[in-house]
Design a protein around this ligand. Structure first.
Ligand SMILES: Cc1cc2nc3c(=O)[nH]c(=O)nc-3n(C[C@H](O)[C@H](O)[C@H](O)COP(=O)(O)O)c2cc1C
Length: 325
C-alpha cells in the first residue's frame, strides 16, 4: 500500500505508483475543519480517479462534529474507504488535539472514531502510532477499542509521536497487536520498509496482513512492483532504466500540470526531481537546470539530454535514510 503523505500522495504521484504495482493507496490527510469550511485546498484533495482504485481518503481532526460532517463529505466522493489519521506528529496537528495528539486520550479517540463510523457507509480504517511516547505505548488497548467501535483495518507506524521519524521503527508491538487473539481486523505494518528483502523479512517475522510504504516510494515508485515480484518469486527485478525513470518523472510532471495548472504543477514538481534522479552520478547540473526553469519545452530538452547522457545507466534503489536526509 502507498502511505498517505502530505504534499506527496496526490493524484499525479499516485498514478505513477499505480502503474508500478501499488495496490491500495491513500490520499494525503485532509483537514476535517477545512472540508466543512469548504476550503479549496482541502476540497481539491478529495479528487480521486477510477484508474487508481482501490483508494482511501484520509481525514484528521479532534472534534466529533467536524469529523462526522467531514465523513459525510468524503462519503459523497465514493472512495473505497475512509481512513482517520491518529498518527500525525507535527505540532500544528498533534498539539491541537488531532493526529497523534489523540493517542493521549483513548476515550476521545473512541468517540471520534465512533462518530465517523456512524456518519458513513464506507469501511472506516485508522492509521496511528505505537503511542504518544516511550512510556505510554498504548497501541494494544487502542487496537482493541477501535475494533470494538467498528474499524475495519488498522495501520500501525512503529514509532511513537515523540520519535517523529527518528530511530528505527519497532515492529514488535505491531506483531503483538496482530497476534492478540482478540484481534480480528487486518493489521497493516508501516515504518522503514525500503527494499523487497526487508518487505519479505518483516512480513514473515511480524505476520502483518499488509505493508504500507511511504518514503521509499518517493521518486522510486518501482518499489511496489519489486516487492510484489520478490514475494511471489524470491527473485529481484532489475532496477528501472533511465528511460523508465524519465517516463515516470514525465508522467508525474504532466499529471501535476493537468491537476494543479501549469505554473503550480511545474513549481511543485521541483521537489521531486532530486528523488527521481538520485543515484545518478554527476547529476547536479541537470537537477539545477530542472529546478530553475518553468518552461515545459526546456524541461523536455533537459530530459532528452539526461537520456542521452545516461542511456543504459541503471540506478540502484535508494535507501530510505538517504531519501529522508
Ligand atoms: C512527507 C511526508 C508526509 C506525510 N504525511 C502523512 C499524512 O498525510 N498522513 C499520514 O497518516 N501519515 C503521513 N506521513 C507518515 C507516513 O504515512 C508513514 O507513516 C511514515 O513515513 C513511515 O513510513 P515509511 O518509513 O515507509 O516512510 C507522512 C510522511 C512523510 C515523509
Amino acid at each position: 500500500m502507498l502511505a498517505p503523505m502530505e504534499d506527496v500522495s496526490d493524484p499525479p504521484f499516485r498514478a505513477v505508483c499505480k502503474d508500478n504495482g501499488a495496490h491500495l493507496m491513500y490520499t494525503e490527510f485532509i483537514s476535517s475543519e477545512g472540508l466543512i469550511r469548504d476550503a479549496i485546498k482541502s476540497k481539491k484533495k478529495l479528487d480521486i480517479f477510477d484508474y487508481e482504485k482501490p483508494v482511501g481518503i484520509q481525514i484528521f481532526g479532534g472534534d466529533e462534529e467536524s469529523l462526522s460532517l467531514a465523513a459525510k463529505i468524503v462519503d459523497a466522493t465514493n472512495p473505497d474507504l475512509l481512513d482517520i489519521n491518529f498518527g500525525c506528529p507535527v505540532k500544528k496537528v498533534a498539539c491541537r488535539g488531532a493526529g497523534a495528539g489523540v493517542l493521549k486520550d483513548v476515550p476521545l479517540m473512541v468517540r471520534l472514531t465512533d462518530a465517523v463510523v456512524k456518519s458513513t457507509s464506507l469501511p472506516v480504517t485508522v492509521k496511528t502510532r505505537l503511542g504518544w511516547d516511550e512510556n505510554t505505548k498504548n497501541i494494544e488497548e487502542v487496537a482493541e477499542r477501535l475494533q470494538d467501535v467498528g474499524v475495519k483495518a488498522l495501520t500501525i507506524h512503529g514509532r511513537t509521536r515523540t520519535q517523529m521519524y527518528k530511530g528505527e521503527a519497532d515492529w514488535s508491538l505491531i506483531a503483538k497487536v496482530k497476534n492478540n487473539p482478540r484481534t480480528s481486523i487486518p493489521i497493516f505494518g508501516n515504518g522503514d520498509i525500503d527494499s523487497p528483502q526487508k518487505a519479505l523479512e518483516y512480513k514473515n517475522r511480524y505476520g502483518v496482513d499488509g505493508l504500507m510504504i511511504g518514503r521509499a516510494a518517493i521518486g522510486y515508485p518501482w518499489i511496489f512492483r519489486e516487492i510484489k515480484h520478490f514475494l511471489k518469486t524470491g527473485e529481484l527485478l532489475e532496477p528501472p532504466t533511465i528511460d523508465e525513470r524519465l517516463d515516470a518523472c514525465r508522467k508525474h510532471l504532466y499529471g501535476s500540470v493537468k491537476w494543479k495548472g501549469e505554473k503550480l504543477g511545474i513549481l511543485e514538481m521541483r521537489c521531486h526531481y532530486a528523488s527521481y534522479l538520485k543515484g545518478l552520478s554527476h547529476v547536479k547540473e541537470f537537477r539545477t537546470r530542472l529546478v530553475s526553469t518553468d518552461s515545459p519545452a526546456e524541461i523536455e530538452d533537459i530530459f532528452s539530454s539526461l537520456l542521452e547522457h545516461y542511456t543504459n545507466g541503471i540506478i540502484t534503489q535508494v535507501q530510505t535514510a538517504e531519501i529522508a536526509a
